[in-house]
Design a protein around this ligand. Structure first.
Ligand code: AR6
Length: 176
C-alpha cells in the first residue's frame, strides 16, 4: 500500500528491513545499544562490526530517543537506532514513549538531511506492545510529522508478517 501526504510518499511493505535501500533504516534497539535479537540482531549481523563500533562510542540511548550510525555493509547508508518502550499494561506511559521513538527518528533524519527512511514495527516483538495499538500510534505519528515538516521523500514501514502488514494497512487507511 502506498499513499502521498504532501510531498512525502508513505508506503507499507512486507519484508526484511535489512534489505532496504532507503537513506536510513531504523533499528528497534535497547537503551544500551549493545545488540539483541529481532531487528536489532538482523541489522548488526547484516551490517557488520562498523555499526557496533559506533554504537559503543555513543554509549547508550534513553527510551523514546534516537541516535544515528553508519549503515556499515547494509544498502542503507545509515542506521537510526531508537528505543521503544517495554509494554507492561499500557498505563506506564508506553504510548507516549512509542510516539517519541518515531518522532525522534524522524527529526534526526531531517536534521541529517536524509530523504528516505524505513521503519520496522517498533516495540511489537520482544517488547510486547500490542500491534493494533502500536500500528495506530506509528502511522498517526508519521503522518502528523510529515504534514508539519517538508523534506522527506519517502517513509516506509517494513513489516515482517502478512498479519502485521494487514494491521498497518488498516491503521493507515484510518489515519488518512
Ligand atoms: N525486518 C523487519 N522486521 C523485523 C525483522 C526484519 N529483519 N526482524 C524482526 N522484525 P523486535 P522490539 C519484526 O523484537 O519489540 C531486541 O533484542 C518483528 O517481527 O525486533 O522493539 C533489542 O535489542 C516485530 O514485528 O523489537 C531490544 O532489546 C518487530 O520487528 C528488543 O529486542 C519488532 O520486534 C526490542 O524489542
Amino acid at each position: 500500500m502506498e499513499t502521498k501526504v504532501n510531498a512525502t510518499t508513505v508506503s507499507l511493505v512486507r519484508g526484511d528491513i535489512t534489505l532496504e535501500e532507503t537513506d536510513a533504516i531504523v533499528n528497534a534497539a535497547n537503551t544500551t545499544l549493545s545488540g539483541g535479537s529481532g531487528v536489532d540482531g538482523a541489522i548488526h549481523s547484516s551490517g557488520g562490526p562498523a555499526i557496533m563500533s559506533e554504537c559503543r562510542k555513543i554509549g547508550n540511548c534513553p527510551t523514546g530517543h534516537a541516535v544515528i550510525t553508519t549503515g556499515g555493509a547494509l544498502r542503507a547508508k545509515h542506521v537510526i537506532h531508537t528505543v521503544g518502550p517495554v509494554y507492561k499494561d499500557g498505563k506506564h506511559g508506553e504510548s507516549s514513549m512509542l510516539r517519541s521513538a518515531y518522532l525522534s527518528s524522524l527529526a534526526l533524519a531531517l536534521e541529517k538531511n536524509l530523504k528516505s527512511l524505513a521503519f520496522p514495527s517498533i516495540s511489537t516483538g520482544a517488547y510486547g506492545y500490542p500491534v493494533e495499538e502500536a500500528s495506530r500510534i506509528a502511522v498517526s505519528t508519521v503522518i502528523g510529522f510529515i504534514r508539519e515538516n517538508d523534506g522527506l521523500d519517502l517513509v516506509r514501514f517494513v513489516l515482517f508478517s502478512d498479519r502485521d502488514l494487514e494491521i498497518y494497512s488498516r491503521a493507515l487507511k484510518g489515519a488518512l
